[in-house]
Design a protein around this ligand. Sequence first.
Ligand SMILES: [Zn+2]
Length: 217
Amino acid sequence: MDTAVFETPPSTSSRIESGARRRPSRSEAEAAVRTLIEWAGDDPDREGLKETPERVVRAYEEFFAGYGEDPVALLATTFEETAAYDEMIVLRDIRLESHCEHHMVPILGRAHVGYLPAGRVVGFSKLARLVEVFAKRLQIQEALTSQIADTIQGLLKPRGVGVVIEAAHQCMTTRGVRKPGVSAVTSRMLGCFRDDPATRREFLSVIGSQRSAPHEA
Ligand SMILES: [Zn+2]
């Protein structure tokens, strides 16, 4: 398997989500899907396609549910009575389903999230949900990686955070350059995950990513 490795620059800040833009109505969204079906060359009125615009819009509600969720509120409940626990916390192999913002086709892979707490920890399920909130938006993998790491760093104020995402982009495998089997690996290391080689090594070893360990930028 070929592997492309990018180190997300630490200066990349999370993008601001859309503000007061008018949201089209459901029927406008369905009409847009109908137009795309016609553009593809088919008849949107034939039996098999009649319900398709409605189904696609419902699917979009699931694919992009992350716009309706607030990652800050999600991590608001932290547990602070854990001063005794000061070892690394790692959630690995979190199933990742996102959509690329350039082609709106799936990005499928795994995310690994680790941090070294400084008093505050958050439930494991919240970490997995955080990945999902950002994944269920239009994304590029580099930004997704940074948004997850930066949010954890900003809210939990741990001694360090590491996020590694390995994913295959269907815009690369089913169209364009058509390179099946290629996965892209992105990482964002903050605090001691960035500055302390031993911490970084421990994290990469726990997630089993030694083979694709991102090199120092
Ligand atoms: Zn794409």
